[in-house]
Design a protein around this ligand. Structure first.
Ligand SMILES: Nc1ncnc2c1ncn2[C@@H]1O[C@H](COP(=O)(O)OP(=O)(O)OP(=O)(O)O)[C@@H](O)[C@H]1O
Ligand SMILES: [Mg+2]
Length: 510
């Protein structure tokens, strides 16, 4: 006997989609869910991207174009930008030449322009590469070298980065094969030093990377990628064929980066200079000539640092980034593209508040950020810290615009208080003038007294005045006065003061 089920029998595609959605819902990002067949028109089930098919990127940038694009955003790294823009442009143009139909054949044993970026934290290493990937229009993934071990760990090994490129390319393997893989903290996989784990594992990671950096075929399916395995099984059932999806790494550009603190000592030694000795990285970074020394780096220094020579050999482009000084940080803040300032403006805009920054305030922010020794990262933390109370309190007020001056930077709490008081003083004055035709001013002590009252009662200055000086609206009109100054006495006993004034005017009038 068979059970008749009225529900429509799903197609293999529907089953795959349901499985994919189910796994994603249940496990989120813990399980890699392969993308849908890509939207870019390339068949993702090619065996490998190498071959004679036309390139998927339409690259026609020249080095100077990429250089000037980067200069719009990046401050104080002209030397590094020059090298990176040139080498990366040439890399993509070479690929275009060699991979286009009828293009010239590749040179055997060619070494592509993989890059090593050396420089302290927050000076633009990741920023520059992200800008380049965006401009070139290729997928980009970022990984952290400290996350890898020789055998890989559950859920991640170096090959995962290659697979992630396909993910970033919406499943377009061909496009992924022109992607950029960015590996941060590469200095931590050098085999000497006391960074982490046993040496053997670190050189193992280097060797795994070596293969990828030159040319390797990476299987898109991993044993721990459950969804992909199920998809493959279903596909095999449907078509009777087992297709292997692979991605070739020959054209993928690898960019590595790190701070390389101890490298400065190695270079000093080679140049017969006094080493820094056992200083911690923060101290070493404080040394002015730290970056200058790093600029003299040679392959032999990197090998002494603990890299396999084959590894160094596959990173032919080495650039050292400058540390950012106060002026550099100031320039970043003043740049119309500065995400620090634009970001903060947007934070306040989300509460309907417009903020402006005075130039001298920006300079002071740059000085404070410089003291943090975290490059441009310090700018964000300084601005956040200084404006936190404004960000917390202003949404409770009617204030919809304010200017960050140098005084705000020096004493944010007092300036916030003054800003709020001033706003509500003006609000009261404006309303009083509009309804009664009388200009109200406050003496400083009166203002302070009223401010204290406002703070105590949790109400604003204008509301306190509206209550306290209710009778003054009619009373002052009676006196046909055009202006009135609120002093301490008025605040302490408004009623008696008004009565006194009225009495006096009667006496005068008799
Ligand atoms: N030279 C620069 N010019 C303009 N903005 C910069 C510069 N350097 C850093 N920034 C800003 O600071 C942010 C952080 O910089 P980035 O991520 O590039 O640091 P990094 O050099 O990669 O540091 P880390 O070693 O900590 O990863 C960038 O997103 C960018 O907004
Ligand atoms: Mg970075």
């Amino acid at each position: 006997m068979s059970i008749v089920n009225n529900a429509k029998v799903p197609s293999p595609e529907e089953i795959q989609r349901d499985v994919r959605e189910f796994l994603k819902d249940k496990y989120g990002d813990k399980i890699h869910v392969p993308p849908e067949p890509n939207a870019m028109g390339n068949e993702p089930d090619n065996t490998s991207g190498s071959g004679t098919t036309p390139p998927v990127i339409h690259f026609d940038l020249k080095p100077t174009e990429l250089e000037s694009y980067l200069q719009q955003y990046v401050v104080g790294q002209d030397d590094a930008i020059e090298v990176l823009a040139t080498k990366i442009c040439t890399h993509f143009n070479r690929m275009k030449l060699e991979n286009s139909p009828g293009g010239i054949s590749e040179l055997v044993g060619n070494i592509k322009s993989n890059i090593l970026m050396i420089g302290p934290t927050g000076v633009g290493k990741t920023f520059i590469i992200k800008l380049i990937a965006k401009k070139v229009g290729v997928p980009f993934v970022k990984g952290d070298a400290t996350k890898f071990s020789e055998t890989g760990y559950v859920g991640g090994d170096v090959e995962d980065l290659v697979r992630n490129l396909v993910h970033e390319a919406n499943g377009d393997i061909k496009l992924a094969e022109y992607g950029i893989i960015y590996l941060d903290e590469i200095d931590k996989i050098a085999s000497s030093g006391s960074h982490f784990g046993p040496d053997v594992s670190r050189s193992g990671v280097q060797r795994n990377l070596l293969k990828l950096m030159e040319e390797a075929e990476v299987d898109l399916k991993t044993p721990h990628d459950l969804a992909a395995q199920m998809e493959a099984a279903m596909e095999a059932q449907r078509t009777g064929k087992v297709k292997r999806k692979k991605i070739n790494t020959k054209n993928i550009l690898f960019v590595t980066s790190g701070a390389f603190f101890q490298l400065a000592d190695i270079i000093r030694k080679r140049c017969n200079q006094q080493p820094l000795g056992f200083k911690n990285p923060a101290q070493a970074e404080l040394e002015n000539d730290y970056v200058d020394v790093l600029k003299k780096v040679r392959s032999e220094d990197l090998i002494n640092f603990g890299f396999e020579s084959e590894f160094v050999g596959r990173l032919p482009v080495v650039v050292t980034l400058n540390d950012l000084d106060v002026n550099g940080l100031y320039e970043i803040l003043r740049s119309p593209n500065s995400t620090v300032i634009l970001g903060k403006k947007r934070d306040f805009q989300s509460y309907g508040i417009k903020i402006n920054f005075k130039d001298d305030a920006l300079y002071r922010i740059a000085e404070l950020a410089f003291q943090e020794h975290t490059g441009a990262r310090g700018l964000v933390s300084v601005v956040d810290r200084l404006l936190l109370k404004f960000e917390k309190t202003l949404p409770d007020t009617d204030i919809n615009e304010f200017t960050v001056t140098r005084a705000v930077i020096e004493n944010p709490a007092a300036e916030l208080k003054a800003l709020i008081t001033d706003f509500y003083v003006k609000k009261f004055q404006k309303r009083f003038l509009a309804t009664n035709g009388i200009v109200i001013t406050f003496t400083e002590p009166a203002k302070q007294l009223l401010q204290k009252k406002a703070e105590k009662s949790g109400r604003n200055f204008a509301d306190i005045c509206n209550d306290l000086f209710k009778d003054y609206e009619y009373g002052l009109r009676l006196l046909s006065t055009e202006e009135f100054t609120v002093d301490e006495e008025t605040v302490l006993d408004p009623k008696t003061r008004l009565e006194g004034l009225i009495k006096k005017s009667y006496v005068k009038g008799e």
